[in-house]
Design a protein around this ligand. Structure first.
Ligand SMILES: *Cc1c(COP(=O)(O)O)cnc(C)c1O
Length: 363
C-alpha cells in the first residue's frame, strides 16, 4: 500500500513497520489468544510488554539508573499541573517562556505556586531563544521549567541549559513532548523531563515522565495519588491501570528505533531532513520561516507563504501530491511541516519538490 506522507504535529505519523506489526498481532499477541488491549495490566503477558518497553526506552535514551521512568496519563497539559503539585512545595518556580507551550506551563503553575517568568521571548514573536546567561532566575526556585522544543513556534534548544553554571542549584524541568527520542539527552542537566507520546513515541494516551529519584518525595498534600510521582514509581507505573495499548505500541516504536541505529542515527537523519526543508524555504522567494537559524526546530517547521491568498491552493495541491496535514496551528496560521522520526526523508524530498513546483506555477 502506498500511503501518503503525514506531516501532522500530533497525533502524528507512525513508522509503517510498527503499524504492520500491530495489525498482525491484533487478534492474538504471541499465541496468548488475546489482543494486547484485552490483557490484564497485571498479567504476565502485559508485564513482559511493559518491562521491555521500559528497558528499551532506558537504553535508547541512555537514562541513568538514578532516574525513574514513569508511564502516566494526562498528556503534556496535565503535567503542567502535575509537576508543580509534585515539585513546587507551593513556593516559587521559574519559567523560561519561549513559545505557546512554555507560556501555558507558566500560566497553569500559578494555581499551585508562584510562577516567576525568568525570560520571555514573546516580544520577538517567539522567533528566538534568550541566552541562559540573560535569564532573571529567582533566588532559590523550586525548579526551572523550559520547553525544549516549541511545537507551535518551531523553536528548539540545541543544548539544554546548565543551571549549575548559572549559579542555580534547582532542578531543570523539561517539556520535551515534541522532540523526545529525536536526539540524545544530556541527563546531567535534567531533574525531570516529560512528554506526551503522540508526537514522537506512539499513540496518544501515554505520557512519559523521567524523574531523578531525589525529587520523588516533594509532593504537596493535595496532589492526587494517581499523579504523585512517588506513588507511581513505587507501583512501577501500575498504581492505576496504565494506557496499556499505547504502551505496547510505543514499545514497538522503541524496538523500531533500536533497529534504525538508536539516537545517534536518528539525530543524523533528523538533521538531514530539517536541513533539506529549511534550505528549500530559505532559497525561495515564496516561502518564509521567521525563526532565527540557531534555534530552528528539527521537528516542527512552521512556514508562511508570502502571498497568503495562496494558502488554500497550496494545501489542496499538497493533498493531491500525497502530503497531508500541513496546515499551521490556528494560533499562528500559515503552514507547519512536522517531520518527526517516523517521517522518512523521502517525505521531505516530496514536500520540497512540491513546494518548488507550486512556487514556479505561481511566480
Ligand atoms: C502537544 C504538546 C503538549 C500538550 O500535550 P497534550 O497531550 O495535548 O496535553 C505540551 N507540550 C508540548 C511541547 C507539546 O508539543
Amino acid at each position: 500500500m502506498n500511503r501518503p506522507y503525514n506531516f501532522s504535529a500530533g497525533p502524528a505519523a507512525m513508522p509503517e513497520e510498527v503499524l504492520t506489526e500491530a495489525a498482525a498481532e491484533m487478534l492474538d499477541w504471541h499465541g496468548s489468544g488475546m489482543s494486547v488491549m484485552e490483557m490484564s495490566h497485571r498479567g504476565k503477558e502485559f508485564g513482559q510488554i511493559a518491562q521491555e518497553a521500559e528497558a528499551d526506552l532506558r537504553e535508547l535514551l541512555a537514562v541513568p539508573s538514578h532516574f525513574k521512568l514513569l508511564f502516566m496519563q494526562g498528556g503534556g497539559l496535565a503535567e503542567n499541573a502535575i509537576v508543580p503539585l509534585n515539585l513546587s512545595r507551593g513556593e516559587t518556580a521559574d519559567f523560561v517562556v519561549t513559545g505557546s507551550w512554555s507560556q501555558k506551563s507558566a500560566q497553569e503553575a500559578t494555581r499551585f505556586c508562584t510562577a516567576h517568568v525568568a525570560a520571555n521571548t514573546q516580544p520577538s514573536g517567539y522567533t528566538t531563544l534568550a541566552e541562559p546567561a540573560t535569564w532573571q532566575l529567582s533566588t532559590n526556585p523550586a525548579y526551572v521549567h523550559i520547553c525544549s522544543n516549541e511545537t507551535i513556534n518551531g523553536v528548539e534548544f540545541q543544548a539544554l541549559p546548565d543551571l549549575k553554571a548559572l549559579g542555580c542549584e534547582a532542578p531543570l524541568v523539561v517539556d520535551f513532548s515534541s522532540h523526545v527520542a529525536s536526539r540524545p539527552v544530556d541527563w546531567t542537566r535534567v531533574g525531570l523531563a516529560f512528554g506526551g507520546a503522540q508526537k514522537n513515541l506512539g499513540p496518544a494516551g501515554l505520557t512519559l515522565v523521567v524523574v531523578r529519584e531525589d525529587l520523588l518525595d516533594r509532593a504537596l498534600p493535595i496532589c492526587p495519588s494517581a499523579f504523585n510521582y512517588k506513588t507511581v514509581a513505587d507501583n512501577a507505573s501500575m498504581f492505576n491501570t496504565p494506557p496499556t495499548y499505547s504502551i505496547y505500541i510505543a514499545g514497538l516504536v522503541f524496538k523500531w528505533l533500536k533497529r534504525q541505529g538508536g539516537m545517534a542515527a536518528m539525530e543524523a537523519r533528523n538533521i538531514a531532513k530539517a536541513q533539506l526543508l529549511y534550505d528549500a524555504i530559505d532559497g525561495s522567494s515564496l516561502y518564509i520561516n521567521r525563526v532565527e537559524k540557531h534555534c530552528r526546530s528539527r521537528m516542527n517547521v512552521p512556514f508562511y507563504l508570502r502571498d497568503e491568498s495562496l494558502n488554500d491552493a497550496f494545501l489542496v495541491g499538497a493533498r493531491e501530491h500525497g502530503l497531508l496535514q500541513l496546515k499551521g496551528h490556528k494560533s499562528v496560521g500559515g503552514m507547519r511541516a512536522s517531520i518527526y522520526n517516523a517521517l522518512p526523508i523521502e517525505g521531505v524530498q516530496t514536500l520540497v519538490s512540491y513546494m518548488h513546483e507550486f512556487e514556479t506555477q505561481h511566480a
